[in-house]
Design a binder for this molecule. Structure first.
Ligand code: ATP
Ligand code: MG
Length: 571
């Protein structure tokens, strides 16, 4: 690589992987072929961190006319299941990516390679590159050495290929107990890289696998299975997160040994590491997310507060918004935390243009227009979208009794308060100007209704409207026409930006007020919205009709995100 290119790399770190692909295309390394893979382990639901990897792998394949494989990295029998496989398929599809090309489905399972993986292990044994170690796990740990001290060779390291082959076959035949033997590759017990000190590549597990059942009792380790899966599938660029950087020499060692043995042709797949996504106020570890679910801290994997793909989908986040977010954060080799506000900002930017406008009163207080005819329902209208007149208008009536937000009235206004208080005028958005005359209270002193009079010549959109200059502008729905609804107001699941940093107990950082349910009144017509339809309730933010719970006539809405980033700032 020349200096000019290095400088370009440094200037645009977010493109360093694409730069490698460009360079490979320039040198013709792969003959123009690009094959990536997204390799989740089906041991949980995907989260927003996976979305970064999905956008990267599928995005590169799409942009370079290649293909990205969806591979289930399912070599840990205990924790994997079909439920998780199905959820992963759904999540990747929902994000808008495909693994089909020219009629071929590139969906793979590492467990489909068990025969080959086993055969290659025998080959490594025959070539003197792998041996059966019969030390206990503790002995192996004790002889592994440290960063400053070399490891000690196992007393079984020099077993003959014949003896190793016999033992390994008997391991496979189920003649030994778990932990009695393992298969290790023979590399270098003095290597400064601990991963290269004869790592274990097979262990005995009498566990039922969700796809291969009880056929196997020896299972390959990740570092052995992953690189071989890549090579079997002719992957060109194998993109993974930075913690695998120290594993790359092993990745290359295994593939080179098998290439030397005539099993693979060069060039071999190239592992490239990028930084994982850490999002503030969220957790990106399947294990910890599983704990939130199993211990009942949330209402399931698809709880709208969960940073899972099903969770954010149910919350109302769009696939386009998530992709925009992934584009904005880019891809680098520097580990960092991305602020939740960046994620929410991408969502707002996506939804602002798409979402039709509507009105909801979330904390209702009755407003009575005393001089309004009791039997009148006067039609009003508003644009579906303020910047898109072509999308038309929405119609809703105004009548004598309305619902307004409780916070839009006070008896004694603080400085700078322009909304309703006795003697003040405000505009009812898209309706009339009113003047507040007072309020009714119950025996405890709670305000139960607000009274006002309206100015019949002040209606929005008429000439008279301009004669009234008021500072306040409040939203409302006609009590007789409003649609009652359940509205779920979600807040961040954690109170602290890095709930699991430094290995601390993330459960202590749970936000006890992360879900609030309101009985709201919506603009007429809002009940016609279908599950997963989104809108902006003016002044309140973006909302979605709940994917599962919203029913015709009984709408349930989730707040996706408020209109502005107000987290941590006084309301
Ligand atoms: P977890 O610890 O949550 O189980 P994982 O890395 O073990 O995560 P896998 O199913 O093995 O989960 O991940 C599939 C792919 O997604 C891998 O290539 C992995 O590097 C990538 N990935 C996982 N988490 C993140 C993240 N936070 N940011 C970017 N990529 C990620
Ligand atoms: Mg993993």
């Amino acid at each position: 690589m020349n200096t000019e290119r290095n400088e370009a790399l440094a200037a645009t770190p977010s493109n360093f992987i694409r730069n490698i692909v460009d360079e490979d295309n320039r040198t013709g390394k792969w003959g123009g072929r690009i094959e990536t893979r997204f390799p989740p382990e089906p041991n949980g639901y995907l989260h927003i961190g996976h979305a970064k990897s999905i956008c990267l792998n599928f995005g590169i394949a799409r942009d370079y006319g290649g293909v990205c494989h969806l591979r289930f990295d399912d070599t840990n029998p205990e924790k994997e299941s079909v439920e998780y496989v199905d959820s992963i398929v759904d999540a990747v599809r929902w994000l808008g990516f495909e693994w089909e090309k020219n009629g071929t489905e590139h969906r793979y399972y590492a467990s489909d390679y068990y025969d080959e993986l086993y055969r290659f292990a025998e080959l490594l044994i025959e070539r003197g590159k792998a041996y059966v170690d019969s030390q206990t796990a503790e002995q192996m740990r004790a002889t592994r050495g440290s960063l400053t001290e070399p490891g000690m060779p196992s007393p079984y390291r020099d077993r003959t290929p014949e003896e190793n082959l016999d033992l390994f076959r008997r391991m496979k035949a189920g003649e030994f107990k778990e932990g009695e033997h393992v298969l290790r590759v023979k590399i270098d017990m003095a290597s400064p890289n601990l991963n290269m000190r004869d790592p274990v590549i097979y262990r005995i597990r009498f566990a039922h696998h969700y796809r291969t059942g009880d056929q196997w009792c020896v299972y390959p380790m990740y570092d052995y299975a992953h690189c071989i899966s890549d090579a079997i599938e002719n992957i060109t660029h194998s993109l993974c997160t930075l913690e695998f950087e120290d594993h790359r020499p092993l990745y290359d060692w295994v593939l080179n040994e098998l290439a030397d043995a005539g099993q693979f042709t060069r060039p071999l797949p190239q592992q490239i590491e990028f930084s994982r996504l850490n999002l503030t106020y969220a957790i990106t570890s399947k294990r910890k997310l599983l704990q939130l679910v199993t211990e009942g801290h949330v209402d399931g994997w698809d709880d709208p507060r969960m940073p899972t793909i099903v969770g954010v989908r149910r919350r109302g986040f769009t696939a386009d918004g998530i992709k925009l977010f992934c584009e904005r954060i880019g891809v680098t080799k520097v580990d960092s935390w991305i602020d939740m506000s960046v994620f929410e900002g991408a969502l707002r930017d996506d939804l602002d243009d798409k979402a039709p406008r509507s009105v909801a009163v979330l904390d209702p207080l009755k407003l009575i227009i005393d001089n309004f005819p009791a039997d009148l329902a006067e039609p009003c209208s508003a644009p579906v979208h303020p910047h898109h007149p072509e999308r038309g208008t929405r119609a809703f009536p105004i009548s004598r009794e309305l619902w307004i937000e409780r916070e839009d009235f006070v008896e004694t206004p603080p400085k700078g308060y322009f909304r309703l208080f006795p003697g003040n005028k405000v505009r009812l958005r898209y309706g009339y100007v009113i003047e507040c005359t007072g309020c009714d209270k119950d025996e405890h002193g709670n305000i139960v209704a607000v009274h006002c009079n309206y100015f019949p010549d002040s209606k929005s959109g008429t000439e008279g409207a301009n004669n009234y200059k008021v500072k306040g502008n409040i939203h409302w729905v006609s009590a007789a026409h409003a649609v009652p609804a359940e509205v779920r107001l979600y807040d961040r699941l954690f109170k602290e930006p890095q709930p699991d940093a430094g290995g601390r107990n993330f459960l202590e950082a749970l936000n006890p007020d992360s879900k609030r349910v309101a009985k709201a009144y919506l603009e007429p017509g809002a009940d016609a919205m279908q599950p997963e339809d989104r809108c902006q309730f003016e002044r309140h933010g973006y909302f979605v009709a709940d994917r599962y719970d919203s029913k015709p006539g009984q709408p349930v809405f989730n707040r996706i995100v408020s209109l502005r980033d107000s987290w941590g700032k006084p309301a």
